[in-house]
Design a protein around this ligand. Structure first.
Ligand code: ADP
Ligand code: MG
Length: 154
């Protein structure tokens, strides 16, 4: 099931991420795709808020994975600096994906073969200006219904 939503500034993207974050449960994986500056990290900031985490979410510069502890941990993965999919396997990513927390993966296309089948797949398209088109593809009815109920489609 696909839902397409639009945001007009970064606050709206945070708010959308927050709604998704409040719907996520253990072992859920969110794959974020989109160009540099599209809003993936901004969206992740919202997810953390929705999970009730007081986390400092920023683009990891050196580490590919940032762990944020909480009632349900958030594993923030950013594969921008990853050279190839083989490197992902050496990260031991499965321990995160199936470790009971929520995993959010920026540049998820770089490990597409390793993502669980029920991954929430999100593509953010940028422009014109501050407009973002956010397409959410999700097979989990619980999440889709939650997003629909509070939908703010433009
Ligand atoms: P990415 O992680 O995809 O590289 P970031 O979230 O780090 O992107 O940066 C997005 C940039 O775009 C920020 O500077 C943010 O302020 C800006 N921006 C402008 N409009 C939006 C919007 N509607 N949603 C998200 N970010 C936006
Ligand atoms: Mg980023």
């Amino acid at each position: 099931m696909r839902i397409t939503l639009y945001t007009r500034d970064s606050d709206e993207t945070v708010a959308l991420g927050e709604r998704l974050g409040s719907l996520l449960g253990p072992n859920d994986v969110v794959a974020l795709r989109g160009d540099l500056g599209a809003g993936k990290t901004t969206f992740t900031r919202g997810i953390a808020l929705g999970m009730g985490l007081d986390a400092d979410i920023h683009s990891p510069t050196f580490n590919l994975i940032h762990e944020h502890q909480g009632a349900m941990p958030l594993y923030h993965v950013d594969l921008y600096r990853l050279e190839n999919e083989v490197d992902v396997e050496t990260l031991g990513i499965d321990e995160y994906l199936y470790g009971g927390g929520v995993s959010v993966v920026e540049w998820a296309e770089r490990m597409s073969g390793l993502l669980p089948p029920d991954t929430v797949d999100i593509e953010i398209l940028s422009g014109p200006d501050d407009l973002r088109t956010i397409s959410i593809n999700c097979s989990q009815a619980r999440i889709v219904e939650g997003l629909r109920m509070e939908s703010v489609d433009a």
